[in-house]
Design a protein around this ligand. Structure first.
Ligand code: PEP
Ligand code: MG
Length: 582
């Protein structure tokens, strides 16, 4: 095994030097804690769910293979489906969970190990092939079981660089920055929620590169250069020293920016409001809380408990109250559940859709699941006296959806008042601009709501026709494409005309290279993750509004995203020459 350099895509910027740790390898000797008598039935339910999900996976693969006329594959998968329905995999495992109180994963692992031994003793290559099928089926079930467990990602006990085929948002949310120095995956996209959380935590993340389990197992050390987009397996001593120095330099630069006592005002006096995107309210820095203008986006869909059920009204009320109190007299924008698409759905609503990004998600789902919508609205209104909440509607496509929610809010308020809750006034209601219809109808929607928030992460996928979660089309998925800039400019001018507050909360708002462009397009409020706060504020303090406007004018004349990027990067380098992140 020798030194190897692999090119990848940067999902979260930074440098990491350390020991690799392979996540998605399956350990057959992995044994989980015994369940208590009370939890046994829940464990069986968890196992049954993993089996049903595996069957859904297989059926969807079969459909894909049929479309590709790969009929032999369809037949192989039919045997997998039968195995998943075999009483040995269902009844026997369930009975064993009940008797032994072991977890589904432990029981399944023991069963597979027993089979391995039996097949091995037969010494027949054709029969040995059959074992590969059993293993494949078991891996599928195991993956679903593990996904629910989410064990161990916050307790490595040492500093590691995570290697996996893919990581979920919850995986990254669980990782501790003090232990996880970096993340490397084979697939991933820039605005996937896993990447958004990694950026928020400041964990370097590199993706879309190939590595083998063996080389990662063997490698004692790797370097993740998530500035240039390179992974170095088995680096030389000199490289190690060079990258450690560069990491130190990046850290020192960031620290210096965080200690700057400056306002986010351009040199010619234009004030730019910076609010925070909050995914989990628990670990925000006190200093940023004081310096920001409030919360521009609270992503409530992370309020799902480990069984995939949204937390109840009482618990939601407490979470909202705590967040509102934490920001005292600053506004907090609470977005209604944006379930579905690239984000997890509550387990009971899980279903297979051909195009989940364009399917029944966010407000569409909430308008179907009125009880869920009602509970969330009640919780927000009940928590309201703790601060200054605003309500944001995700994925609005038509104005009638806004009207329907508005009418529903009237009913909820009436009900709360009848029950004796004090509801002083209606809370400001805002609309996400994520679907092109709403951007194009900005003048009309501006009359129906109290504020707008441009969600460029989703807007980009719909304008560019490129799934934000599909790394195969990530070359098309660019939020700084001139077409998106034109739409942002249009929304900004319509909102400014009517003095309607509006901001951008997509990832582009957290990238200081594009901050001048957004200001030039008419933005005076940005909502971004805490980790980008200091660098965006610093950039604002280095430019004039006039410069920003002239940059935006030039960008609007370009035809390619790469030209916009180059223009903005050149400008950025003249303003922040010390920053080596880009
Ligand atoms: C967006 O779409 O730009 C956005 C901020 O929402 P999310 O990333 O949560 O979909
Ligand atoms: Mg969105």
């Amino acid at each position: 095994m020798s030194r190897r350099v692999v090119k990848g895509t940067v999902l979260s910027r930074g440098i990491a030097v350390g020991k690799p740790h392979l996540l998605s390898v399956c350990h057959l000797d992995e044994v989980e804690k015994k369940r208590t008598t009370k939890c046994v039935e829940r464990e069986i339910l968890r196992y049954q769910k993993a089996i049903s999900k595996s069957i859904i996976d297989v059926e969807s693969l079969q459909k894909q293979l049929k479309a590709e006329c790969a009929h032999a594959g369809v037949a192989v998968l039919e045997t997998h489906k039968q195995m998943l329905k075999d009483p040995l995999i269902t009844d026997v495992v369930e009975e064993e969970i009940r008797n032994s109180k072991n977890s589904g994963l432990t029981v399944l692992n023991a069963l597979i190990e027993e089979y391995r031994e039996r097949f091995r003793s037969l010494k027949d290559p054709i029969i040995a092939e059959r074992f590969c099928d059993i293993q494949d089926v078991a891996d599928r079930v195991r993956n679903h079981l593990r996904r629910r467990d989410r064990l161990c990602l916050n307790q490595f006990g040492e500093e590691v660089i995570i290697f996996a085929h893919e990581v979920t948002p919850t995986d990254v949310a669980e990782m501790r920055k003090s232990e996880v120095l970096g993340i490397v995956t084979q697939v991933g996209t820039v605005t996937s929620h896993a990447a958004i959380i990694a950026k928020a935590k400041g964990i370097p993340f590199l993706s879309n590169l190939s590595f083998t389990n063996e080389e990662i197992f063997v490698a004692k050390e790797v370097i993740v250069d998530a500035t240039k987009g390179e992974l170095i397996i088995l680096p030389t001593k000199q490289e190690r020293a060079k990258y450690l120095a560069q990491k130190e330099q990046l850290f020192a630069y960031k620290e210096a920016l965080e200690h700057e006592e400056i306002a986010s005002v351009t040199q010619d006096g234009k004030e730019i409001g910076l609010s925070l995107n909050v995914d989990s309210p628990f670990d925000l820095k006190e200093k940023t809380k004081q310096q920001c203008c409030g919360v521009g986006l609270f992503r409530t869909e992370f309020l799902l408990n480990s069984d995939g059920i949204e937390v109840d009204e009482e618990e939601q009320t407490i979470v909202y109250e705590d967040l509102l109190r934490a920001f005292e007299n600053k506004p907090v924008v609470i977005r209604l559940f944006d379930f579905g698409g690239d984000k997890e759905l509550p387990a009971r609503l899980s279903k297979k859709e051909e195009n989940p990004a364009m399917g029944c998600r966010a407000i569409r789902l909430l308008l179907q699941e009125k009880q869920m919508l009602k509970k969330q609205l009640r919780a927000i209104y009940r928590a309201a006296s703790a601060g200054i909440p605003k309500i944001l509607l995700p994925m609005i496509t038509t104005l009638s959806e806004v009207d329907e929610v508005n009418a529903f809010i009237d009913e909820v308020i009436k009900e709360l008042r009848k029950e004796g809750h004090k509801v002083r006034k209606r809370l400001p209601l805002g609309c996400m601009v994520e679907v092109p219809t709403i951007a194009l109808l900005a003048d009309l929607v501006a009359r129906r709501v109290d504020f707008l928030s441009i969600g460029t992460n989703d807007l980009t996928q719909f304008v560019m026709g490129a799934d934000r979660a599909n790394s195969e089309v990530s070359h098309l998925y660019t939020s700084h494409h001139p077409s998106i800039l034109r739409l942002i400019g249009y929304v900004a001018s319509e909102a400014n005309k009517r003095r309607l507050p509006f901001s951008i909360c997509g990832e582009i708002a957290a990238d200081p290279r594009f901050t001048p462009l957004l200001i030039g397009l008419g933005l005076s409020e940005l909502s971004l993750h805490e980790n980008a706060f200091a660098s965006v504020r610093h950039l604002i303090s280095q430019i004039t509004k006039k410069e920003a406007q002239s940059l935006a004018k030039k960008a609007l004349r370009l035809s390619e995203a790469s030209e916009v990027e180059e223009l903005c990067l050149d400008f950025y380098r003249t303003k922040c020459p010390e920053d080596q992140t880009y």
